[in-house]
Design a protein around this ligand. Structure first.
Ligand SMILES: [Zn+2]
Length: 282
């Protein structure tokens, strides 16, 4: 018998439930553990509480656009580093990291494709790439989609997902994208062509304050955070509690800032109805 006993004690713990990596996802809203395959089949919507998980740009295109009809444009555009920005990470490093992580060259994918047979010009932003923020390339891709819509006289659809707004790493060059996209949309509007803006969680700051809020029809996914400044900063600034659900899709619908809140499962069908209604000739 050892003099001082064992050097360790056994502590009884509940057996940890082994969750095989990559097979299950925990719902961010209701904490339900969801089998990934079920989540995929449910268009990445929680089967229990309807929480809409963030989609990547390729997933969004796959869900919205008829198979085999999407044609990407401007995929060769790459961000410069006009300010030679250096922070904890340099802008160049940040770009490279997110390019590897997302397998995308930038935070927006643009092109043309069909929605139930209706050809549209489309840009989708990807919230994983520097928070879906708008730098020169994102602004340029959106502007070119707007111009393509005018050239081809087809409707325009932009899906926004950006918690970052204008991309600070490009300073003034990013801010200029707000006016550039807005001016292009004014010309688009003068051509009497339809623009459907789809807001997903989150659509904030310079993105919401420019092209995303300029849709002829503005649709949001349920419970998406939409606004300019985040709720915490507003509360600190005005020293008041904000109302329940402030800056959520449903609140904005109630207050007239957006036109519809559409569940992801009804999105394509709803877009088809709107396109049929507003542009029967195209
Ligand atoms: Zn849930």
């Amino acid at each position: 018998m050892p003099l001082f006993g064992p050097k360790y004690t056994n502590v009884k713990v509940k057996r940890k439930v082994e969750v095989p990596e990559g097979l299950w996802t925990k719902c961010e809203e209701c904490s339900e553990i969801i089998y990934n395959k079920t989540l995929e089949e449910n268009l990445k919507v929680c089967p229990k509480c309807d929480y809409h998980f963030t989609l990547t740009a390729p997933e969004r295109i796959q869900q919205m656009i008829d198979p085999g009809t999407f044609e990407e444009f401007d995929g060769q555009l790459r961000s410069g580093d006009p300010l030679e920005f250096k922070g904890p990470k340099s802008y160049k490093e940040k770009l490279q990291l997110d390019q590897v992580a997302t397998q995308l060259p930038e935070a927006a994918v643009g092109g043309v494709g069909n929605i139930n047979g209706k050809r549209v010009a489309l840009t989708v932003t990807d919230a994983r790439f520097i928070m879906g923020s708008m730098g020169s390339v994102v602004g340029e891709k959106i502007t070119r989609a707007i111009e393509r819509s005018v050239q081809e006289r087809i409707p325009l659809v932009i899906v926004s997902g950006s918690g970052g707004g204008a991309r600070m790493y490009e300073g003034m060059f990013s801010l200029m994208q707000m006016s550039k996209t807005s001016v292009a949309l004014a010309q688009h509007h003068a051509e009497r062509l339809p623009f459907i803006s789809i807001l997903t969680n989150p659509t904030m700051a310079g993105v919401m304050a420019s092209f995303a809020s300029l849709g002829d029809v503005i649709i949001a996914e349920p419970r998406a955070l939409i606004g300019f400044t985040g709720p915490r900063v507003i509360e600190q600034t005005i020293r008041q509690r904000l109302p329940e659900g402030f800056q959520k899709s449903e609140f904005l619908l109630e207050h007239g800032q957006i036109d519809r809140v559409i569940h992801r499962k009804q999105m394509k069908e709803t877009l088809t109805q709107i396109l049929d209604y507003i542009s029967p000739q195209v």
